[in-house]
Design a protein around this ligand. Structure first.
Ligand code: TEU
Length: 555
C-alpha cells in the first residue's frame, strides 16, 4: 500500500459558525480561526476540514451556497481567507474545503436565471419537472429536511427538485455545462493553494432519468433508489479526477451516506481514480424510531460488527475515514460513551483510543478533543438547525407523535448538539464571543473548556494530543492489519493491529461497571503504549475499571 500524507494525517473539522468569533457579532469567523491556529498546532493535528465559508443566505448554515468564489459576509473577506490559508500553511497545517455541489442556494445566480424562463440558458442547470397538477408534485419523494422534495414555482408552472431544503435546489449533473462550471470553480480554489475537498453528499449528484414514486417511510416516499449512488456517479467522479483532482497534491473525502464497503472500493479504491476516501455512515444512521430520531444507543455488538467489517473489507483495497461525530451528529461522548460527570472523561478517552487505534484517517470534530457533550435543550425554541425545527413541527406539530415521546429522541440526535459554541475558557460565553452567541453555549463550559484542559496533563485534550503523537511515531497504527477479537462480547471492544513483526492489542470497555479481561498469552510482558488509567499492565488476568482503555505493544 503506497504511503501518502493524507493516510498519515489526523484531520480536525471546524464548523466556522461555532468555532471562534473575533468581532463580537456572536458568529464565528475566519479571523477567529486564525486566532486559534496555535491551539490546533499544539494539539498536533495536520489538516483542517473547513465546513463551508462561501457566500450563503444560511438557510442550512452555509450548505446553501450563493457564490462559490466569495466569502460569507458573517465570516469575513477573501483576504481573511487568504490570511488563514497562509497562517495555517506556516504552521504545517493543510486546509481542506467543503465542496457542496449536489445543490446550490436558490439565491445563486444560476438558479435565479434558471427559474425565470423555460428557455433560460441556465434552465437545465437544475432539475425541473411538470407536476401531476399545480397542487401535486411529480412524485411522492420527501426531502431530508421534511416536507416534499419538490417545490412548485409559479413563474414557469413547474416543480424543481430539492433533496434538502427548498432553498437548496439540486444541480443537474447530467448537464455537461454544470460539470464544467463546477470543475472550473474547483480548479480556481486549487490554484489558490488549498489542500483538498470534503465533498458534501457527493453520491447523490447522479439521478435516474425516471423519477417514480418511492417506497413510503413515515410521511413521504424515499428518493434513495433514484438519487443515491446513481447511474453516472462514478463516471462524473472519474471526470472530476481527470480534469481537476489528478493535477494537484490534494486529498479528497466523499460524504456518501448509504455507501457499502463494495461501493467504497469503487469510490475510494487505490486505483479507481475517483476519491481518496469516503465517510461511511452505518454506525451513525439507520437507528431511528421516527426517521433518524431516537434516544437509543447502538448496541456495542452491532457497532463492533460494523466497524470491523469496514476495517477488514477495505484493507489493502481502499482507505477508511474514521469518525464518531461531526456537525450533523450528536456529541460522541453522549452518544457512544457516557456523559455523566463520573464517567465523562474516562469514556471520552476510551472512545478516542478505540477510534484512533484503527486503520484509516481519523477525524476530530471541534470540541471532541475536550469531551464536549450534548446540550440540555429545554424547548423547541432552543433549536437553530432547519432539520430539527422542521422535524419537531412535522412529527409533533401534526400529532404524529406526542412531545413527551418525541422530545428525548430529537434532543438526543439534534445536529445542534454539535453546533453549540466551542468552549475556550470559563469566561462569559466560554470565550467564544464578546457578544450574544447565535446559539446558546453549553452551561457545562465552566468545567469543560480548552483553557482548563490544556493546563491539565490528565485531561481529555492531552489524551487526544498523545494519541495524535503516537500515530506519527508508530506506522503500525496507520498501516497495520486490523483483526477483531471477542466479536460476540457485548461489553468490550477488542482488536489487534499487526505490521511486520509488531502487534498491538487494543482493549476498550464500553461499560459503566467493572469487567474482567484475560490478556492473550502472546501479549504477556508487552509494554503499554497508552491507557486511560495510568495503571501498570503486566498481569494477564485484569479487572477493568468502567470505560477502561489500554493498548499493549509487542515488538
Ligand atoms: O449532510 C448530508 C445529510 O444527509 C445530512 O442530512 C446528515 O446526514 C443528517 O442530517 C444526519 O442525520 C450534508 C451536510 O453534512 C449537512 O450539514 C447538510 O445539511 C446537507 O448535506 C445538505 O447540504
Amino acid at each position: 500500500m503506497n504511503r501518502t500524507w493524507w493516510k498519515e494525517a489526523v484531520i480536525y473539522q471546524i464548523y466556522p459558525r461555532s468555532f471562534m468569533d473575533s468581532d463580537g457579532d456572536g458568529i464565528g469567523d475566519l479571523q477567529g480561526i486564525i486566532s486559534r491556529l496555535d491551539y490546533l498546532k499544539y494539539l498536533g493535528i495536520d489538516v483542517i476540514w473547513l465546513s463551508p465559508v462561501y457566500k450563503s443566505p444560511n438557510d442550512d448554515n452555509g450548505y446553501d451556497i450563493s457564490d462559490y468564489q466569495d466569502i460569507m459576509d458573517e465570516f469575513g473577506s477573501m483576504e481573511d481567507f487568504d490570511e488563514l490559508l497562509a497562517a495555517a500553511h506556516e504552521r504545517g497545517i493543510r486546509i481542506v474545503m467543503d465542496l457542496v455541489v449536489n445543490h446550490t442556494s436558490d439565491e445563486h445566480r444560476w438558479f435565479v436565471e434558471s427559474r425565470k424562463s423555460k428557455d433560460s440558458v441556465y434552465r437545465d442547470y437544475y432539475i425541473w419537472r411538470e407536476g401531476k397538477d399545480a397542487q401535486t408534485p411529480p412524485n411522492n419523494w420527501g426531502s431530508c429536511f421534511g416536507g416534499p422534495a419538490w417545490q412548485y414555482d409559479g413563474e414557469t408552472d413547474m416543480y424543481y427538485l430539492h433533496l434538502f431544503s427548498g432553498k437548496q435546489p439540486d444541480l443537474n449533473w447530467d448537464n455537461p455545462k454544470v460539470r464544467e462550471e463546477v470543475f472550473r470553480m474547483m480548479t480556481w480554489w486549487c490554484d489558490k493553494g488549498i489542500d483538498g475537498f470534503r465533498m458534501d453528499v457527493i453520491n447523490m449528484i447522479s439521478k435516474t432519468e425516471e423519477m417514480p414514486d418511492g417506497e413510503v417511510h413515515g410521511l413521504y416516499g424515499s428518493f434513495d433508489p433514484y438519487c443515491v449512488n446513481g447511474p453516472n456517479v462514478h463516471k462524473y467522479l472519474q471526470e472530476m479526477n481527470e480534469k481537476v483532482l489528478s493535477k494537484y497534491d490534494i486529498m479528497t473525502v466523499g460524504e456518501t451516506g448509504g455507501v457499502t464497503t463494495e461501493l467504497a472500493k469503487q469510490y475510494a479504491g487505490e486505483d479507481t481514480h475517483e476519491l481518496n476516501m469516503v465517510f461511511q455512515f452505518e454506525h451513525v444512521e439507520g437507528d431511528g424510531k421516527y426517521g433518524k430520531w431516537t434516544d437509543e444507543k447502538i448496541p456495542l455488538i452491532t457497532l463492533k460488527k460494523i466497524m470491523s467489517r469496514w476495517q477488514c473489507e477495505l484493507y489493502g483495497k481502499a482507505w477508511n475515514s474514521l469518525f464518531w461525530d461531526n456537525h450533523d451528529q450528536p456529541r460522541a461522548v453522549s452518544r457512544f460513551g457516557d456523559d455523566r460527570p463520573r464517567f465523562r472523561e474516562m469514556s471520552a478517552k476510551m472512545l478516542a483510543t478505540c477510534l484512533h487505534m484503527m486503520q484509516g484517517t481519523p477525524y476530530i470534530y471541534q470540541g471532541e478533543e475536550l469531551g464536549m457533550t450534548n446540550y440540555p435543550f429545554r424547548s423547541p425554541e432552543d433549536f437553530r438547525d432547519i432539520e430539527s425545527i422542521n422535524a419537531y413541527r412535522e412529527w409533533c406539530g401534526k400529532g404524529a407523535v406526542s412531545h413527551e415521546i418525541f422530545w428525548p429522541c430529537i434532543t438526543f440526535k439534534s445536529r445542534d448538539n454539535a453546533r453549540t459554541p466551542m468552549q475556550w475558557d470559563d469566561s462569559p460565553q466560554a470565550g467564544f464571543t464578546a457578544g450574544n452567541p447565535w446559539i446558546a453555549v453549553n452551561p457545562n463550559y465552566t468545567q469543560i473548556n480548552a483553557k482548563a484542559e490544556t493546563a491539565d496533563p490528565d485531561s481529555v485534550f492531552h489524551y487526544y494530543k498523545k494519541l495524535i503523537a503516537l500515530r506519527k511515531e508508530n506506522p503500525i497504527i496507520v498501516y497495520g492489519r486490523y483483526e477483531p477479537l471477542l466479536e460476540d462480547n457485548g461489553e468490550l471492544f477488542v482488536y489487534t493491529r499487526e505490521l511486520n513483526d509488531e502487534k498491538l492489542l487494543v482493549v476498550c470497555s464500553f461499560c459503566d461497571y467493572e469487567t474482567n479481561f484475560a490478556v492473550p498469552a502472546e501479549f504477556a510482558g508487552a509494554s503499554c503504549l497508552i491507557s486511560n488509567t495510568g495503571d501498570a499492565y503486566g498481569e494477564t488476568e485484569r479487572t477493568l475499571k468502567p470505560y477502561e482503555a489500554f493498548v499493549l505493544h509487542k515488538k
